[in-house]
Design a protein around this ligand. Structure first.
Ligand SMILES: Cc1ncc(COP(=O)(O)O)c(C=O)c1O
Length: 341
């Protein structure tokens, strides 16, 4: 298994570096927000309680945030649990994945002995039965499909045997996310499920918090596969406080968008950038070997994501997260040094 942000796999020396800069996982450097931070110390006095197993308050807040009814939302322990639950609840004959993609759709399908087939944009998916996963924004490119492109993928009720699952884990980093999200459509659909994450945009990766949106009938079917208290009290409370901090996070989104543009300009001398990204990471094809680049940056306490194990990428690439201006500057200095030797 390879994922970004893999701190535990670092050698002790690297891990203990005070100033380690993690650009391998695309978590907002502006999270947790001020409301969540203010709440944090008081949570320790509530740890003796079980969490609300119905997750009522957070479900309501999420429904409100997405503009849908509560019974179309299932709060999960990260989008990761959502992926597992959907596959487990439907146990389809096949799982289809738009590549290149996050590896866990395939990994979870294989746990249940389900075959995985892939397709690649712009060759749209077919009409075969099964669960069809696509991420919007895509990982690792950050590309957003237009509504029309997405619509081609999400076919109507005649394809009832085919359920499309849109992974919108990074969508809130996109300015117009509310109009571009398929959550409202999924809430009434027999053939569409949307999953989301609160770990990236709100900076809560350590807490595991995400959600699924679907027709209430589908939500009930999937809920049967959850265990009681699967989402901790701390995760629920921190997510609630974060959702109440929209003005702060709107500001963070604007800063990250600006920084993405700056990162693109600064990376130009060092290789080729996939500029389709509308989110907080970039796919980058360095003009030196990926091994040399990763090794050189690690020596300087900077981690980036090796993207070579993403199926469907034709040349060697890395994925770099967009963080604060000082982080981009530090990366540039490190690259100058590596490329000059
Ligand atoms: C596309 C995609 N979906 C889902 C996830 C899992 O997100 P979470 O942290 O909410 O479990 C990730 C994690 O990196 C991801 O890249």
């Amino acid at each position: 298994m390879t994922h970004g942000g893999d701190w535990a796999s670092l050698d002790v020396q690297t891990r203990s570096q005070q100033d380690l800069l993690d650009l391998s996982s695309s978590i907002s450097p502006y999270g947790p927000g001020p409301k969540a931070r203010a709440l944090w110390p008081s949570l320790v006095d509530r740890l003796h309680r079980y969490p609300d197993w119905r997750k009522e308050q957070l479900t309501g807040a999420l429904a409100n945030h997405l503009g849908i009814e509560q019974d179309s939302v299932l709060v999960t322990a990260g989008a990761m649990e959502a992926i597992d639950l959907v596959i487990r609840a439907f146990l389809p004959q096949d799982v289809w994945v738009e590549v290149p993609a996050f590896s866990e759709y395939e990994a979870r399908a294989s746990v249940y002995g389900i075959g995985v087939k892939t397709w690649q944009h712009p060759n749209g998916p077919g009409r075969e039965p099964g669960l069809w996963f696509l991420a919007n924004p895509a990982n690792p490119t950050g590309r957003m499909l237009t509504h029309e492109e997405c619509r081609q993928y999400v076919r109507g009720p005649t394809d009832f045997q085919k359920i499309t699952v849109i992974d919108e884990a990074f969508i809130e980093f996109v300015q117009s996310w509310h109009e571009r999200s398929f959550a409202q459509e999924a809430a009434h659909s027999d053939y569409l499920v949307v999953m989301g994450s609160l770990t990236k945009y709100y900076g809560l990766a350590g807490l595991r918090i995400g959600f699924l949106v679907a027709h209430p009938r589908i939500i009930r079917k999937i809920s049967r596969h959850t265990t009681p208290w699967h989402v901790s009290l701390v995760a629920q409370e921190m997510a609630l406080a974060s959702l109440a901090d929209q003005d702060y996070f709107d500001g963070a989104r604007i800063r990250l968008e600006k920084e993405r543009a700056r990162l693109i300009t600064m990376l130009e001398p060092f290789g080729k950038i996939d500029e389709t990204s509308e989110t907080n990471y970039l796919l980058f094809y360095p003009s030196i070997s990926v091994d040399d680049l990763i090794r050189g940056l690690k020596k300087q306490g900077i981690l980036i994501r090796d993207a070579r194990n993403f199926k469907g990428l034709t040349s060697e690439a890395v994925r770099i997260a967009v963080k604060k201006p000082k982080d981009t500057t530090r990366l540039m200095h490190a690259l100058e040094e590596i490329y000059s030797t």
